[in-house]
Write a protein of this length. Sequence first.
Length: 607
Amino acid sequence: MEQEQKTKGMLHPFTHHYHHHYRLRFPIHHKKIFIFDAALVATGLILGAFATYYFLQRPTFRPLDISITTQDQKITIGAEHLWEVRITNISNKTIRGITTTLTFPASFKIISPADADSSLSKINTSTSTAARVWKIDALTQHEHSSLEVRGVLFAPVGETIKIIVRTAGATDSKEPFSETTVLELRATDPALVTTVEFPQSVFAGESFPFTVTYANASATTLERPILRFETPSSFALNNKPSSWKDGSIILPTLAQGARGSMELNGLFTADSHVSRVSIGVRTSAELNGKRVSQEDILPSLEVKPTGIKILLKSVEANGTPGEPLHLIVSLEHTGSDTFQTVSVCVPLNLNLINKESVKGDGKLADTMYCFTPAQRAELTEIKNGFHGEWPLTFSLQNTPTLTDTETNKNAVLAFTPRVSLTAQRAGATIKLSLVGSELRVPLTTTLTLKTMGRYFTNEGDQLGRGPLPPQAGKTTKYWIAWAIRSSTNPVKNLIIRAILPSSIQWSGKSTVNKGKNMIYDPITREVRWTHELLESTADGCACAEGGFEVSLTPSVEDIGTVSVLIKNISADGIDIWTDAPVHAAAPDITANLIDDPLAQGKGRVQK
C-alpha cells in the first residue's frame, strides 16, 4: 500500500500535465494527440543523440602512429645525431597517398636526410623554422615506413623542443583523414663540458687551489663561451683571471674538440650550515647564431667549520653627520680547534669618517682598524668558549657626499668586520680569513640652508629699489634669497622660517621654484616656506630656491647704523629614511649685503 502511494506521488506531475494539457483541451482525440507529441519528442531526442555523437563524441580516425628515436645514449648540444622518424599504420585498413609535413623549430638544424633517395623535400626556407614534406604511396595494415634525419640540437640541456608533424591521406574506401602529432626531443649533455678538481676538504676561511677544465663537445665552433660559478654568498675567488667580468669568466673561442684549463684559488669566508657545499656552474656559448645556456652541478666540497663568529653592533640607531658613532666589535669561538695570532679588523671609509676622531683599543692602519695580539694579549691564542668585545668610536664627516654613500636615497654606512688567524693542521700552519655579517647603519641626511640679501644680480641688473646706501626717511627695497638642499635622503614636512625685525616691512612680492608659496604672518612677523617633500640632490645643486622682497624706511635715529633685514633663519624637517629630525640654520642678513659684490658694505643709513 505504501509503495503504491509512492508510485502515485511520483506520477502525479505527469498525470496532472496530461489532464490539463490534453484531456481538457481535446476531449475526443486527446489520446491520439498525446501519442503524436510523444513520438515527436522521441524523434527529437534520437536526432539530438545522433548529432552529439557525430559532431562531439565520435572518435577521431587516427590510423597512424608517428615516433622519433635515436640510438645515441647522449644527445649533446651542437653535435650531429641521427634520428629515425617512423610512421606505422595501426589501423586495419590500407592507407594511401600519405603526405607528412614535419616542421622543425629554429633550435633544430637539419644537416640532411640520411636517405638521399627519399622523398623528403624542403619548404618554408624563408621562415625561422624548417619544414620538410615526406610522401608515402601506401601503408598496408601494421606496415611502417622510416626516414632517417641527421640534425643538430641547439636548445639548452633539459629544454624540450617540439617537432610538429601534420599527416593527411585516405583509406582504400576513400575515407580522408588528417592528424597532427607533436614529437619532443631533449638534449642531455652540454656543448661546453666543464670539470673541476677540488681538494677533499678545507677549513672555512682557508684558501684552496682548484683546476677548471673545459672542452667543446659539439660539432661546431663555440663563440664567446662564458663560465659562471653558482656558489654560496660566502665563496670568494682570490685570483680572478684577466677575462673576469661581472662575476663571469669569458673563455676564448673554442673550435670543435678544443679544450683548455685554468688554475684558480678560492675560499669560503664563513662557516657553512652544512658540512658539504655544492657548487654549480653555468655556461653559455653562441651556437648557430644563438646563445645557449646550460647548468651543471660540480662535485661537492667538504668545508670544515671553525666555530668563529664575528659581529659588529652599533650603539646608535642612525649615523648623524658631525656626530660620533659608537660600534662594538665582538668575537666568539664555539668550535673545538685552537687558533693563534688572531686579528680582528673593521674597514673604515675615511671619506665618511673623521680620521683624527677614531678611538679604540686597536690601531688604524690605512683604512683598516684592527685589534691584534700587539694591542690585545687575549688574541694571541683563543680556544673554545672565548668571547671578547672591543669598542670603536669615531665621528662622521659633517657633509658626506652622495658618491661616498653609494646612493642618493636611503643612504647607509656599511661596515664588514673580518678576522684572520692561524691553525695547526697535519703538522703545518694554515692561515684562515673569515668575514662577518655586514653592519648597515642608516645615515641621516644633512640639510644645507643658504641665504643672501641682494640689491643687484650677478650680472649687474638692479633688483632693489630706492637709495643705496639707505637714507633716513626714504624707502629702500631689497631681495632676500633662500636655497635649501638635502644631501643624501628625502626630507618630509620641511619648514624654512625667519623673522622680520620691526623696522622691516613685507612688500608682498615672492617667488619659489618648488614647494608652497611663501607666507608672511603680520602678527608674529614670521616668513614661512613649507615643503611636503624635499628630494635629495647632488653637491652644489640647490634642490629648492625661493626669494621675497622686503623694504627698509629708516628714521633719523637710525642714521649711522646698519639695519638687520631678516633674522632667526632656520629649517626643520624629518628624514624619511631614518625618521630623525633634521635642522639647519643661517646667519642674520643685514643691509651690508655681504653676498652682493656691487652693494657690499653700503648698508649704513645716511642723512
